[in-house]
Design a protein around this ligand. Structure first.
Ligand SMILES: Cc1cc2nc3c(=O)[nH]c(=O)nc-3n(C[C@H](O)[C@H](O)[C@H](O)COP(=O)(O)O)c2cc1C
Length: 353
């Protein structure tokens, strides 16, 4: 399983990743994405290396996953190389079937940085390299890193990634912003293209990519793309020419060729409602009725963002308290809009009343 992405790169295919997103990403989210886009690789939201070492409950809650999510990479954060090594031993346990470990070296949140975690490792380079070295000594799983252009513009990305590579990192994802920028301004990939000329490991670009086609325009000499926020309520954002023209792919995904127009997949209302139902059911299945039916609220409204009728349903969707209630609302939309199920909300095909 080591470097499971290699096969694709050898065929000159770009890699497509779902970004780690704490508070959004979880097993149900990944299942919802991969039902539509089985070609993507998933990196989990971040988990504390110390937390995984000290809490069997945490490990047993977040590492088990559905087969559809495979190969799944788990992202961890921390600052103590020894703790990372201990966490790796737990993560690589056969029963969890995890395919790789990603180290968070990009989180800009103040609390995270103050603790010496996340993007502060862009400054504490030697600790960052030691973490990768210890991880490699501890496990056979491939070790990747997700980071940013720099902490505040004063660090050298090429030297940093060269150091990670020498320490044994086998893939790196760069979000095209500094940590100081957080989410302001626009992601800029200029330094990432330059970086790739100086290292041998795969380099993935991330930040503000709208969909697969947009990503393929931006990827240039890099090895792949990673999409995060574009996937909110939109598991179709990973679909491009390559997938839509691949008969084998069409057997694995419920997408319809006619809904791919000018490089973008425009799901019909019927497809959107099916995706909402699948996501809601998986969230309750994985997190239980109470937690799952509260957490699904934010996802369901995202799926309907282009649907002109959303206003009438939003209030009810964001206050739903049970799976049954969510499914009733979804079915009500299905019934009330039964003549529009083949129409595509993002193309404005369902007009406002
Ligand atoms: C809600 C949210 C949670 C995030 N959580 C993580 C995380 O756990 N680990 C991480 O490396 N990045 C995290 N990120 C950053 C994303 O992985 C990604 O780098 C960023 O959103 C830029 O990509 P995008 O423009 O495609 O969304 C998070 C972003 C968002 C919006």
């Amino acid at each position: 399983m080591k470097d499971f992405w290699k096969k694709q790169l050898e065929k000159n295919e770009k890699l497509v990743f779902l970004a780690p997103m704490d508070g959004y990403g979880d097993s149900a989210y990944r299942q919802a994405m991969k039902r539509i886009s089985p070609h993507i690789f998933c990196i989990s939201e971040f988990y504390s290396a110390d937390g995984l070492v000290h809490s069997k409950f945490l490990a047993d809650s977040v590492l088990p996953h559905n087969k559809i999510e495979d190969p799944l990479i788990i992202q961890i954060f921390g600052k103590d190389p020894e703790m990372f090594a201990k966490a790796a031993k737990i993560i690589e346990s056969e029963k969890y079937n995890i395919a790789g470990i990603d180290v968070n070296m990009g989180c800009p949140a103040k609390k995270v940085v103050r603790s010496g975690h996340g993007s502060s490792l862009l400054i504490n380079e030697q600790t960052a390299f030691e973490i990768i070295k210890k991880l490699n000594e501890a496990t056979k799983l491939p070790i990747s890193v997700k980071t940013r252009l720099s902490f505040d513009g004063n660090q050298n990305l090429i030297n940093f990634v060269k150091g990670l590579e020498s320490a044994g990192a086998s893939l790196v994802t760069i979000h095209g912003r500094t940590a100081k920028q957080a989410y302001t301004g626009k992601a800029d990939f200029t330094d990432i293209y330059e970086l790739k000329k100086n290292v041998s490991i795969p380099v993935i670009c991330n930040g503000d990519i709208l969909n697969y086609s947009d990503g393929m325009q931006k990827v240039k000499n890099l090895d792949g793309i990673m999409l995060g926020r574009a996937s909110f309520g939109n598991p179709w954002c990973f679909i491009g020419e390559k997938q839509i023209n691949d008969e084998e792919f069409l057997k694995k995904s419920p997408i319809k060729k006619q809904n791919f127009i000018n490089g973008v997949y425009h799901p019909s209302l019927g497809e959107i409602l099916d995706a909402m139902q699948f996501h809601a059911e998986k969230l309750v299945e994985t997190k239980g009725e109470k937690k799952g039916s509260l957490e699904i609220r934010k996802h369901l409204v995202q799926y309907l963002k282009n649907f002109p009728g959303v206003k009438d349903y939003r209030k009810r969707l964001v206050t739903t308290e049970s799976l049954e209630n969510s499914l009733n609302i979804i079915n009500e939309i299905r019934k009330n809009f039964e003549d529009f199920l083949e129409k595509r909300p993002s193309l404005g095909e369902i007009e406002k009343e």
